[in-house]
Design a protein around this ligand. Structure first.
Ligand code: BG6
Length: 300
């Protein structure tokens, strides 16, 4: 269990409330001086964020499920301790167990104009029965303000080295993905996850979307900028201690095939995922910690 007890409601700053969310799941609602956000304890899932005076930055599907055992579709799912299907274990849930479990709120405070939440998850009977049965502590610090800072710290609490993958699988809202360009990953080699395992050489141009796109850029710490022409804004995703970035849009057929994704919603989103996956998976010695951070900001 997380090492710190949850703050009592009377200890929460006035900018933080815990209310029943969709499906009755506990929701932390933040109304800070510089930004607002919604965070479900289920999956430690940030489902909404907007700086004051700005339109929502994160995308959330109108068809999302909000239920125990199901991942929320949109916002920022935490993929941990594996990414995608676990090839060696066909029955394992996609993207790991972290987005399916209830995290604890262990701290909530104001720091100048920002609101800082900390959520915790540790190994349990459920995780020890999974394909990744190791002792661990995860602490997720969410700083809500003019920027959104997401910091996932994982500590190896066991006596043997462990290896894990992680992703902050950020769904961004855009006016129309077909008029959106993603810059920053030029030159970085990538695995086209729709084509096969081999890495392809980097491209010289920013990414544009005219078909299903599912690319894992490896060995890159680059900042990514989303140019949303329709909304006349840019969304920037900077990162720290993250060596991979996934770019995903399901396009028409895959959107239609997903029960928790509206058939026409693919036009209004794309994912820029701050990751350590595949060859960039993290090795932790006993007692060691690693923190991967994504920082979102809006301009234009
Ligand atoms: C992306 C993967 O990160 O997540 C895609 O690269 C996958 O292959 C997508 O389809 C959504 O995954 P899920 O498990 O949330 O449906």
């Amino acid at each position: 269990m997380p090492s710190q007890p949850a703050p009592a409601p009377r200890d929460l700053p006035s900018s933080v409330q815990i209310v029943p969310g969709e499906g009755g799941l506990p929701l932390v609602r933040v109304t800070g001086r510089a930004g607002s956000a919604e965070v479900y304890l289920h999956g430690a899932h940030v489902t909404a964020w907007a700086p004051v005076g700005r339109q929502p930055v994160l995308w959330l599907s109108a068809a999302s499920r909000f239920a125990d055992g199901a991942a929320i579709r949109g916002g920022v799912p935490i993929c941990f301790p594996w990414f995608g299907a676990d090839a060696g274990h066909p029955g394992a849930p996609a993207h790991g167990f972290a987005r399916l479990l209830d995290w604890a709120l262990v701290d909530a405070r104001e720091e100048q104009d920002d609101v800082v939440l900390a959520l915790g998850l540790a190994d349990s009977d459920a995780t020890r029965a999974s394909v990744w049965p190791y002792p661990f502590d995860a602490r997720y610090t969410v700083t809500i303000g003019e920027r959104l800072t997401l910091a996932l710290q994982v500590t190896n609490r066991g006596h043997a080295p462990v290896r894990f993958e992680a992703a902050l699988h950020t769904y961004l809202r855009v006016q129309d993905v077909r008029a959106t360009e993603v810059a920053g990953l030029q030159g970085a080699p990538f695995v086209d996850q729709l084509a096969g395992p081999g890495a392809r050489p980097g491209e010289h141009r920013p990414i544009r979307f005219d078909a299903e796109t599912d690319r894992a850029y490896l060995g890159t710490r680059a900042t990514t900028t989303v140019h949303d022409a329709g909304a006349r804004r840019t969304i920037t995703v900077a990162k720290d201690a993250s060596n991979s970035t996934v770019v995903w849009n399901p396009w028409i057929a895959k959107a239609a095939a997903m029960a928790d994704f509206g058939d026409d919603e693919w036009t209004e989103m794309l994912c820029i995922e701050t990751c350590n996956i595949r060859d960039d998976a993290v090795d932790l010695a006993p007692g060691e910690s690693r923190t991967m951070t994504a920082v979102l900001s809006v301009g234009g």
